[in-house]
Design a protein around this ligand. Sequence first.
Ligand code: AMP
Length: 184
Amino acid sequence: MTRVVLVGPPGAGKGTQATALSQKLGVPHISTGDLFRAHIANNTELGQQVKAILDSGGLVSDDVTNQMVRERLAEEDARDGFLLDGFPRNVGQADVLGSILAESDAKIDAVIEFRVEEDVVVERLLARGRADDNEDVIRHRQRLYRSETAPLLDYYADVLITVDAVGEVEEITSRVLDSLRART
Ligand code: AMP
């Protein structure tokens, strides 16, 4: 159970959980949002290309995103497993991910859905105060989650594990680990 995708609305705590889970499972945490933010911080060509999109809460094009993920997954540390956070974000990206993995006879083992009410995540995000955390941008990102990303829950129905994402951080980590173990 090492190739895992984390899905949940912005603010569901995926990043925090991914950090803890990556340590426990011994696989790298690959966050497309973090990768884009690192490009922006380093002022790379890709960073300059995507900055305005991240600031507005929109989605970076599939081509650009898929290519970045393909390169990251080709790195040695991701060969036997990974935790993807923020990717795939739509069904097209999920198809591409499936083909990338199929090239090495691999597949996604589990998709963890972090379930939490929208009002709760909006509150959390307003408290976090990242550059793209003002209210309009937050609402835009929640809308995109519902329209673009939530269809992945059906797409991955066979491997889907839904976890209640409200509670203490450690408690939620244990819920995820317990449900992953129950599947193996
Ligand atoms: P996150 O850290 O996952 O909330 O992502 C922050 C921002 O990065 C998003 O609002 C998008 O602009 C961009 N982004 C991250 N992952 C993706 C993706 N898989 N596809 C397109 N854009 C993405």
